[in-house]
Design a protein around this ligand. Structure first.
Ligand code: NOJ
Ligand code: NOJ
Length: 572
């Protein structure tokens, strides 16, 4: 009995010590993060010289990695923080900076680039030079989350201006920019994209989730502005996106699979980030939109976090339900494959968001899907609804708050004394690594701190959505492409093709498609490929099981938006 009392005391002393140290971290790191974020925005940011007005640099790092570019994703997430602070009266000095951002993004939209021009797919271009010119080098493009995230940031601002009587300003300046992005999302959501980590070309949960949000709130804005012809299309596609969103759930694994391609486990911060960036406190714990406190999002969070317990040595020796450092996804090798500040902060943020909603609802619901998550905090808990007056509710919510604080405490421990936040910290000793002063790291600290306070931001209309009973298939328009290659062969040898899309068998030499030699030495095959996409491919020779590939580089074809196309290649 006595022993029990002492250990309880020790535990609660630990809890409040941690909570105090997180309080302290927030009070020192909060201003540093805000200043660090502003330092990376042109024209006046102290670390972003050369960036045009309103242009966000990803990081001042110019080598290993070179991040002196403006990514649409990073910039939009950063400005969402600034716009949220401005529109909720936390910082009234941001007005001019937001107007600079709007002007800069309108410029980026119109710069012809390797993804196309403003009307042929150029809005999917992931990054630009900070002097507002196109980056022409090879890159994972397109990335279709950018236009959606940008629209969401600007819609938040537009709604605020309308509420303050400036409907004309919104119609003349913001709406044309927002409309371009929404039209792009509305017509391309069902085509493949590179994921937010710029690595895998398939469909991606984060992208689908943020596209859904953008079209949903875009529909509401269009209606307010009387833009009725645009609005209907957005709503139809929002329903299709909501439908498609459900398909990422892996019921046997209990988690959200990040990407439809890529051959990985699919456990990925992608899903945590999607949950916090589509959080709507009015939607309760709705699983249709994977709200932070939904059973699916909580189960997924557990599976994701658990995947890092044994792979980083800084997590060694911690108990099986302790907070740990997390990275992008367990298979990651980029820049050493380490924990990231922004993914670790995102886990804390999802949990704080969940706590805010449970407190609003005055209850917490444990389902068979979320049971394993909750049992980490109280092994005896069973499925059921726990009213805020119950002891299960207090036990669980205080343990979960402590767990959330634990993730921030780990970031705090690995933050250098000057408060600078890089992209990653070493999995073996916690020292900062990869790009220094990553703008998105600062933004992620600010949003997590704000979530810990329970601060609420504008709803985007996630409440009470119904998943349509039948989904339109997630396959875009296709075009017929005839591949012709002039190849001289010897007896017994055949020509095959494989390439970067499913129909070309995803670079599999085993499954490569055989061409027809009826017009020898021209070998031919006709296949239906996704429209308006740049696709890489190569021919191979097979002779009695022996495979010979064409030399590098890959061949590539950009398919037309409709109709048919043909190639006239010569074996290399
Ligand atoms: C650069 C991208 O920014 C990063 O996300 C990716 O992991 C690496 N390239 C490796 O592909
Ligand atoms: C690499 C990350 O994977 C990507 O999401 C980000 O946009 C760029 N770095 C720039 O920060």
């Amino acid at each position: 009995m006595r022993f029990f009392a002492v250990s309880t005391l020790t535990l609660s002393a630990f809890v409040s010590a941690q909570s105090n140290s997180v309080d302290q971290y927030i009070s020192s790191e909060g201003p540093i993060a805000k200043a660090g974020l502003l330092a990376n925005i042109g024209p006046d940011g102290s670390k972003s010289s050369g960036a045009m007005a309103g242009v966000v640099i990803a990081s001042p790092s110019t080598t290993n990695p070179d991040y002196l570019y403006s990514w649409i994703r990073d910039s939009s997430l950063v400005f969402k923080v600034i716009i949220d602070q401005y529109t909720t009266g936390q910082d009234s000095s941001f007005g001019n900076l937001i107007d600079d951002f709007v002007t800069a993004e309108a410029t980026f939209q119109k710069i012809p680039n390797p993804s196309g021009n403003v009307s042929t797919g150029g809005l999917g271009e992931p990054k630009f030079y900070i002097n507002e010119t196109a980056f022409e080098g090879s890159w994972g493009r397109p990335q279709r989350d950018g236009p959606a995230l940008r629209a969401t940031a600007m819609i938040t601002y537009a709604n605020y201006l309308i509420d303050n009587g400036n409907i004309t300003g919104v119609k003349n300046t913001l709406w044309p920019i927002i409309q371009l992005d929404l039209d792009y999302v509305s017509s391309n959501w069902n085509q493949t994209t590179f994921d937010l980590w710029e690595e895998i070309q398939s469909s991606s949960f984060f992208t689908t989730a943020v596209q859904h949000r953008a079209l949903r709130e875009g529909f509401a804005l269009a209606s307010k502005l009387g833009e009725t012809s645009a609005a209907g299309g957005y709503l139809t596609q929002a329903d299709n996106l909501l439908c498609f969103l459900q398909s990422y759930w892996n019921p046997s694994g209990g988690y959200i699979t990040a990407n439809t391609g890529g051959g990985r486990s699919g456990k990925d911060a992608n899903a945590v980030l999607a949950s916090i960036h589509t959080f709507d406190y009015t939607a309760g714990c709705d699983a249709a939109t994977f709200q932070p406190c939904s059973d699916k999002a909580l189960s997924s969070l557990k599976v994701f976090v658990d995947s890092f317990r044994s792979i980083y040595s800084i997590n060694n020796g911690l108990s099986a339900n302790a907070s740990v450092a997390v990275g992008r996804y367990p298979e990651d090798v980029y820049m050493g494959g380490n924990p990231w500040y922004l993914t670790t902060a995102a886990v804390a943020e999802q949990l704080y968001d969940a706590l805010t909603v449970w407190s609003d609802l005055d209850s917490l619901n444990v389902t068979s899907t979320s049971l394993a998550f909750f049992q980490d905090f109280d092994s005896s808990v069973q499925a059921g609804t726990y009213d805020s007056s119950s002891s299960a509710y207090s036990t669980l919510t205080s343990a979960i708050r402590d767990y959330a604080d634990g993730f921030l405490a780990i970031n705090a421990k690995n933050t250098p004394s000057n408060g600078g936040l890089s992209e990653q910290y070493s999995k073996s000793d916690g020292s900062p690594t990869s790009a220094a002063d990553l703008t998105w790291s600062y933004a992620s600290a600010l949003t997590a701190f704000s979530a810990r306070n329970g601060t609420k931001y504008a709803t985007w209309g996630a409440k009470g959505l119904t998943i349509p009973s039948s989904c339109s298939p997630n396959s875009g328009p296709t075009v017929s492409v005839q591949f012709n290659v002039n190849a001289t062969t010897i007896e017994g040898e055949n020509i095959f093709i494989t390439g970067s899309v499913d129909t070309l068998k995803d670079w599999s030499p085993d499954d490569a498609l055989k061409l027809d030699p009826a017009n020898y030495p021209i070998w031919q095959i006709t296949v239906n490929l996704p429209a308006s996409e740049t696709i890489q491919y190569k021919y191979l020779r097979k002779n009695n099981g022996q495979v010979t590939w064409e030399d590098d580089p890959n061949n590539s074809i950009t398919t037309p938006s409709s109709g048919a196309d043909a190639t006239h290649d010569t074996w290399r």
